[in-house]
Design a protein around this ligand. Sequence first.
Ligand code: IMP
Ligand code: MG
Length: 369
Amino acid sequence: MIKLHDKYFKPFISAQQINDALGRMANDIAQDVGDEIPVFIGILNGSFMVVSDFVKKFPKPCEVTFIKLASYEGVKSTEDIQRLIGLTQDLTGRTVIVLEDIIDSGNTLAEVHRIFKNEKVKTLKIATLFYKPEAYKKDFKLHYIGIEIPNKFIVGFGLDYNGLGRNIPEVYQIKETQHMTNFVLFGPPGAGKGTQAEFLKQKYNLVHISTGDVFRYNIKNETALGMLAKSYMDKGDLVPDKVTIDMLNAEVEKNADANGFIFDGFPRTNAQAQALDRLMDSKDSQINAMIALEVEDEILVERLLKRGKTSGRPDDADKSIIRNRITEYYNKTAILRDYYSTQNKYFGVDGVGSIEEITQRLSAVIDAL
Ligand code: IMP
Ligand code: MG
């Protein structure tokens, strides 16, 4: 991963893949030009590396030149009117091949065509190393395409992000999510996860995703998902994975520019932990830690009964349901400690003490991540 200015980028296309693509393009073009001596025209700035590497592979005589498109100064227009710098050569009757680094919307290409309309070239062909089909809005034919890529911002091999990245010999793609600190807040029912998550989300500007809260909201509003979840939660059982994972995905996508997430109430099983890893991986991110609040059973029962008197949560009102939830927690989820321990991501924190004390203990762990 690299950082340019404020953005993070991940490796995307290797120098070898670029080399192979340019080799194919050089061979195809060499075949097509026959006995003509083509004039290759690079569009500066981005294409300097493409042109340099391409012409070294071109097995026949050729000419090489560069042009630059620059916006007219002082012209105020929504259409960015371009002017051409550098075309000093007479191209009458010549086979001209424009070499582009990347074709995105095709606006640059439209300018190139506009400019070449007055040149009496024999043929004008377009070659581009990278092409974003989903972004392309024009009808101009692209004669040679190196590599088709999705509509995501890339840097390297001549391409820049605000001036940086042109010198990188391979290509990096912008990360779906930027740098995040994500952790799972873990602990038996009544350990104080919700309370602590409130403090931590403000302190670190994180998004708190409490699966329990989201389900309770759905139940209160009697949504289909809520009714389904209710039947499980009333018994002190877990809600099915598929429902929960889809919901988490939506929450993460809603907050793609967040500093990070606090997952609370999920994962509770190995399968869920793996699903969460896959989810975060698909967002170019990861779980940095599992932080577990450790509290003895008797204290938990006491706390939950007290909460049941004011919260109205039916699963907090009954001692045997509470014990069932705690037992289930240890039976099914203690295994997660191993899952995260083997990745050196498990941190146990003493969950008994004042709220401030516990927040401080948690902060010490987060600050060290
Ligand atoms: P166009 O939208 O096809 O006109 O492309 C305009 C210009 O935007 C290209 O010549 C590049 O300089 C720049 N550009 C488009 N996509 C990218 C990208 O993913 N990374 C870096 N520059 C890009
Ligand atoms: Mg360009």
